[in-house]
Design a protein around this ligand. Structure first.
Ligand code: ZN
Ligand code: ZN
Length: 367
């Protein structure tokens, strides 16, 4: 057992508190990671606002990277000092869903995640003598994390830790949506609605997989400027016109071959279908409150469109993370532009305020 500092969520809609908590002990299949950087994702905010329900108290944070501080007795392929990016989809490899090549639905993964403890269903955190929960098997807003070996992916030399953490959720989700889920083909037209970290990554996934026309749509001109650095060929400020009509005008009246919904609002879910061509693909990445109903005109769903929901961009972190890190290091994948601020753990509530106000793409907590 060790003592460390962590940002703890004790109640919904209340500021996190920085507390001393106990972590450990390490089990044979675990690694102990000294967190170097941890960024705030919209899902963390959804938990804090009570839109996604988890047992409390809990350590949020699921986009994190750091260095291996200790390895469990059964871990032979990672060493102390290795830099790793963490992912939140440990999976068993042999349940019904893993066998159907859907690790994101892995049975033990899904079951234990809701409990808010470690992947084996047991608790590794204590506070004031009571069990403390962790979000998505990481609990990244802390000085250290204990994760199963498979959740830690070694980074190539030279990868900065504050860029590495971004790969863990938003970048993987957006980039993977275009590369793994929609399987973008050369010459396609892609439309991306909502240009936060996920949307900016979908723009880049579309570009790097060969889309020739990439239409970025947002309400914020500053974010639209960044999409151009990331590879958008056209931008639309949806507050100034009819985005559906503009996408159709840019695609010979048909609509885009692939549409990525990265905004998380009912209206955008509806529009994502309307701006997709018949026979095209719609990938939903955003979320609304789990109890909210979203309605569609039945006619809008006709036309053989393929509508897919993806929560992690078809992630295969052991393949995708090092490849994305290499793409960053050789200048193909833009990550610097997503970091809108760097703060200390004590300033974490300021980071959440920025996200609430829509003023952050990614605020990175430097440990
Ligand atoms: Zn499984
Ligand atoms: Zn996330």
């Amino acid at each position: 057992m060790m003592t460390m500092r962590a940002a703890v969520m004790q109640q919904t809609k209340q500021p996190l508190t920085i507390r001393d908590v106990e972590l450990g002990p390490l089990k044979p299949g675990d690694v102990l990671v000294k967190i170097g950087a941890s960024s705030i994702c919209h899902t963390d905010l959804e938990v804090l606002e009570g839109e996604l329900k988890y047992p409390l108290p809990i350590i949020l944070g699921h986009e994190a990277a750091g260095t291996i501080a200790e390895v469990g007795a059964d871990v032979s392929d990672l060493s102390v000092g290795d830099m790793v990016a963490l992912h939140w989809n440990p999976h068993c490899g042999h349940c019904y869903y893993c066998d159907h090549d859907q690790p994101i639905l892995c049975e033990p993964y899904t079951k234990n995640r809701a409990v808010g403890h470690h992947y084996d269903g047991e608790c590794r955190h204590q506070m004031d003598g009571e069990d403390l929960h962790m979000l998505m098997y990481l609990g990244g807003f802390a000085e250290y994390a204990i994760v199963p070996r498979q959740s830690a992916v070694k980074m190539p030399d030279g990868m900065p830790v504050d860029r590495a953490c971004l790969l863990g959720c938003g970048v993987m989700t957006g980039f993977g949506a275009a590369s793994n889920v929609a399987r973008t083909a050369w010459g396609e037209t892609a439309a991306i609605i909502g240009c936060g970290a996920i949307g900016l990554s979908a723009v880049q996934g579309a570009r790097m997989n060969g889309a020739s026309k990439i239409i970025a749509i947002d309400l914020d001109d500053k974010k639209l400027e960044i999409t151009k650095i990331c590879g958008a060929t056209h931008t639309i400020n949806a507050s100034k016109g009819d985005a559906v009509a503009e996408v159709k005008a840019l695609s010979s009246g048909r609509g885009a071959d692939a549409v990525y919904e990265c905004a998380g609002s009912e209206r955008v879910f509806q529009e994502s279908i309307m701006m997709c061509r018949p026979g095209g693909q719609v990938v939903w990445l955003g979320k609304v409150n789990v109890d909210q109903h979203v309605s569609f005109k039945w006619g809008a769903l006709m036309g053989e469109r393929r509508i897919v929901r993806s929560s992690y961009g078809g992630a295969r972190p052991e393949q995708d993370f090092p490849a994305m890190a290499d793409a960053y290091l050789n200048g193909q994948l833009k990550l610097d532009e997503m970091i809108t601020g760097r703060i200390a753990l004590d300033e974490i509530n300021d980071g959440f305020d920025l996200l609430r106000r829509g003023e952050a793409i990614r605020t990175v907590i430097m440990m």
